[in-house]
Design a protein around this ligand. Sequence first.
Ligand code: ATP
Length: 490
Amino acid sequence: MSILTGFRKFIKSVKSSKERRKGSKTSGSEKSGGTVSQQSHKTNEPSSNSTEFPGLERFQVKEKLGDGAYSKVYKAYSFDLQEDVAVKVIRKYEMNSKQKSGVHKEVNIMRRIHHKNIVSLLDFIEVKDFFYLILELAEGGEIFHKIVHFTYFSEELARHVIIQIAEAIQHLHDVCGIVHRDIKPENVLFKPTNYHPSENYQAPPLDPNKRDEGAFIPRVGGGGIGKIMIGDFGFSKVVWNTKTSTPCGTVGYAAPEIVNDELYSKNVDMWALGCVLHTMLCGFPPFFDDNVRVLASKVVRGEFEFLSPWWDNISESAKDLVAHLLTVDPRERYDIHQFFQHPWIRGEPKMLSVPSHKPKFYTRSIDSTSSSPGRMTSDLKERPRRTMISRLSSASMHKSPSITTLSDAMMVAYDVRRSNFPMSHAHKKSKPSRANSVAELIVEEDSGDEQAGNSFPFSDISNSDDRDSFQLDLAQSSLISRRSARRRPM
Ligand SMILES: Nc1ncnc2c1ncn2[C@@H]1O[C@H](COP(=O)(O)OP(=O)(O)OP(=O)(O)O)[C@@H](O)[C@H]1O
């Protein structure tokens, strides 16, 4: 299969995924029979959720917190626990049997995880038309919205967030033998903490839209962000041998492809950690392009750079860590233990030596015009934000039926990397004739073991040369509109 054909399938699959999402949202609200009660709990008695959500009689459903592909997440009061929880209502009636078994798999994975930085599954209820996941509530919502709000995070706030995500990942990798595979700002939730505005705050001259994060209190938080909790285990996967509780005991006896699978799939989370850290520090993701094909190829080649002027005031140490995480070769990429040893994470004020490692692309001259592999390509001269912001005024940007927000672009980038993780090693070793291109890997993604219902959609892919249909509509991009918006008071 040629790369072009594969990319076409990939692009088509993104499109069908989005269409399915839209379709499922509409039918979901129709079938659920009306709006959810907005009334707050005044008594300790069960109330009338039974018509809308049979099986949720012991909960008072309140406002909607978010949407998933087949689900809506609501805040609800639990009469039994006497506190608010999050209820993920999954529309079972829209799912096929494979997708339903994917939900059971997600639930089984969540049941074995208990960590302060991971959303706990409190209960699981199954009725004829719905699955209900009763979850610990992360009242603050998604970290994504906080990045949008503040434009980007200070280094200390970014460190506060990334360390907690990493602690969750360490628990998943080392204690549970689970790879999350969908770490992104939308799946990083938080509990709020008090916000203490700075006195006489002035935005940096370069970033007049940068809002005041207020005082940062070590071990508590800043910018209203307290405890971090990661959620959404729809893509997660158990990578350890199920017969043993520790990976070390089995590695010596395991077949190379099993060892590789564990190693490389875990490193997918480290890559995602790098993407999240990059995004928090500068306010835009490391990989971005209006064209999804170009975006996908940049991700696969690890083509990113620390763009001036936005990265100019960010420490070399932070850049060094990002570069170690966004390393294409999973054998060279930092694992979770190396992450915690890094000077920036340990809060050491300055790197004592020149960064030991730099990404292939960001070290090269910005003026290079070479497009040969491993050299900087001319399209890297584009400054994402500048380009994006200037396009906000362009009417021609309002045309994308498919990828409509920067959030969607990030989703594509994450999906490409997740699909691509075993490319250079595990698949190549076990199946030398296959998987030598991104495209082939994209269509091969985790065949057989993927989470039904959440796997990247390949079922209805076909060739398409619909290039213009996949232009990003950056006018809808919340991160970018924050960057270009006038400064508003908090
Ligand atoms: N425990 C929670 N507390 C607060 N908000 C939550 C919680 N769980 C989920 N949400 C909100 O609901 C949104 C969707 O939840 P979730 O990511 O679990 O659904 P999903 O079906 O897996 O979504 P997708 O398929 O788009 O990844 C989250 O992005 C978040 O905004």
